[in-house]
Design a protein around this ligand. Structure first.
Ligand code: ATP
Ligand code: MG
Length: 554
């Protein structure tokens, strides 16, 4: 886990040193099951589960903040559990649902009424807004603010019983309509909503507001440190007000940190949902989406996400992290772990004129240049090969260390070849580069020690297998897709997906299972698509290229 210290870890350490919370550290990750998790959530997951793991006896709860009844929540809840697990975190038996506390929230609400700290208000939503005032003007008291305890209890119970229509009544906290903090101007704590809930069915037709339910959920579960993003800073006085007035046994401490923002993407679930619903991507797990499931399908290993979150750290400063930082974390992890392979994305025929037509041989190839323990494999070689189109230039500059007439290059793991030229095969219409090889250079070095600078990759035309390769790039073409436009979707990158169907890969990949990582030498990291790849029908996703081409473009 991360040894990076930050202000939150410092606070927790000093709380422990001061003997607070009987020495317990209990955090929670509280997703609302209304969408799939994204990389921003990963920051919160790594922080909450990380802090718990770093402190002996520390615990992190997974709590579904499911106080708002909406459709399809089961699918979302399941995806959230899968994602947290995949990221490598374990909640054990600490799985909770805020909806399990509905009865207790209700009792707390009655208690507030009995303390004369809550009242049923009949103003409409619009009127409530008008009465609220502004940042510069105080609000006005609701005409219903002075209802008696008995009347409030009666009305609130009838709200629960379903006697009133949606929007006709709300229960509000009685705090201070002149407070400089708008959140303290008699906020709503219960509203009527006649929709069924995916866990409680039709048992309830009133549902608690976030600010009321969240602090109480934390208190009920004995959370010690409630870590959330900065937009909740102004809600903290309300968080504390509820717990103090209700005299809860546990008094969790809310601490805010800045959200993760990334360049070239949007982050909010609402916007990601738009992309899915308008079919601008193929689903929540489209590999271009910065959702956890999209990253997983693209081939990003969970360790790269954890490393990324540790690297960016935790602070109160808002910032936008360069997408390149995340991509580099993927490269770093995959560079260590991905076996190497030879794959041609845009094939060009290479014919070795002096290699016997019928002959073929097997050459030894390292699975990882720096890790002999990852073993070796044999790759077949013969007279006709495929090379990458971009590795040949008819008219090349001096510094082009690839194939051009008269120049000698090394075929990776194989031989030195000298380019003779390019011709069109009249029978097939195919362009063919011709060369001769030095039979004494098997393995790739010349017996006379002459220097050959360039090395290119290749695949035997006779043995190679065909594959589909999906080249994914950034989903948006602007660093901040939301700035300066009415609709962020106008900034979608039209080149974010290129599907190549004529790729030729070394035959060992013919039996690759779905969900495996490879480095195609000189190209990047690729991942057999978990859904569409089948042995014999290979589909590879490009996880990330070997180098950052975006920074070069800038
Ligand atoms: P979004 O704004 O994307 O819709 P949300 O905040 O509504 O996300 P929740 O399910 O409520 O999503 O979030 C669960 C937890 O994840 C919360 O504690 C929230 O603060 C945290 N979280 C959400 N987005 C980010 C982010 N970009 N960076 C860090 N933490 C985040
Ligand atoms: Mg939210």
């Amino acid at each position: 886990m991360s040894e990076h210290k930050d202000f939150i870890r410092d606070i927790i350490a000093s709380d422990l040193a001061a003997g607070k919370n009987e020495g317990r550290v209990v955090t929670r990750f509280p997703p609302e099951p209304n969408g799939y998790l994204h990389i921003g959530h990963a920051k919160s997951i790594c922080l909450n589960f990380g802090v718990a793991a770093e402190n002996s006896g520390g615990i992190c709860h997974l709590r579904f903040d499911d106080t708002n009844p909406t459709k399809e929540e089961v699918e979302y809840a399941e995806s959230i559990m899968e994602d947290v697990k995949w990221l490598g975190f374990v909640w054990g038996d600490k799985l909770f649902y805020a909806s399990d506390y509905f009865e207790r929230f209700y009792e707390y609400a009655e208690q507030l009424i009995k303390l004369e700290l809550a009242y049923v208000c009949d103003l409409s939503a619009d009127e409530i807004r008008q009465y609220r005032g502004t940042l510069t003007e105080p609000g006005r008291d609701s005409p219903y603010r002075s209802r008696s305890i008995t009347e409030n209890l009666d009305l609130f119970r009838r709200m629960r019983a379903g006697e009133f229509s949606e929007g006709s009544h709300v229960l509000r906290a009685k705090i201070d309509m002149a407070s400089p903090n708008l959140n303290m101007r008699d906020p709503a704590i219960y509203r009527i909503k006649k929709s069924s809930h995916h866990r409680t069915g039709d048992k309830w037709c009133i549902y608690p507001m976030y600010d009321f339910a969240h602090c109480l959920s934390d208190a009920i579960e004995g959370i010690t440190h409630s870590l959330c993003t900065l937009e909740f800073q102004d809600h903290r006085p309300l968080y504390n007000w509820f717990l103090e007035k209700l005299q809860t046994r546990h008094r969790p401490r809310q601490i805010e940190f800045s959200r993760l923002n990334l360049t070239y993407t949007v982050m909010s679930k609402r916007k990601l949902l738009q992309l899915v619903e308008e079919q601008l991507v193929e689903g929540w797990d489209d590999p271009r989406m910065l959702t956890i499931s999209g990253l997983r399908r693209r081939g990003c290993p969970p360790g790269a996400i954890r490393a990324f979150c540790a690297m960016i750290g935790i602070s109160k400063k808002d910032s936008r992290i360069d997408m390149g930082v995340l991509e580099n974390c993927m490269r770093e992890e995959l560079n260590e772990s991905a076996p190497r392979a030879l794959g041609i994305l845009r094939p060009l025929k290479l014919i070795i004129d002096n290699y016997p037509e019928q002959e073929e041989e097997e050459l030894e190839a390292m699975n990882h240049p720096k890790k002999p323990e990852m073993g070796k494999r044999m790759v077949p070689f013969c007279r006709e090969l495929y090379i990458e189109e971009s590795d040949f230039l008819a008219d090349a500059p001096r510094k082009f260390f690839r194939l051009t007439p008269g120049r000698e290059v090394r075929l990776r793991f194989a031989y030195l070849v000298t380019c003779k030229g390019i011709e069109k095969n009249e029978a097939t219409g195919e362009l063919e580069v011709h060369c001769t090889y030095d039979p004494a250079s098997r393995g790739g070095s010349a017996p006379d020690g002459r220097k050959v600078k360039g090395t290119i990759h290749w695949v035997s035309a006779r043995h190679g297998i065909k594959a589909q390769v999906r080249l994914y790039d950034r989903l948006f073409k602007e660093e901040d897709p939301e700035s300066g436009v009415d609709d962020f979707k106008t900034n979608l990158n039209p080149a974010s997906l290129e599907i190549l169907t004529n790729c030729i890969l070394e035959p060992s990949l013919g039996q690759a299972a779905a969900g495996k990582h490879y480095q195609f030498e000189r190209q990047g990291y690729f991942y057999t698509d978990p859904q569409d790849h089948k042995p014999g029908q290979p589909v590879f996703n490009r996880t990330v290229s070997l180098r950052d081409s975006w920074n070069k473009r800038k």
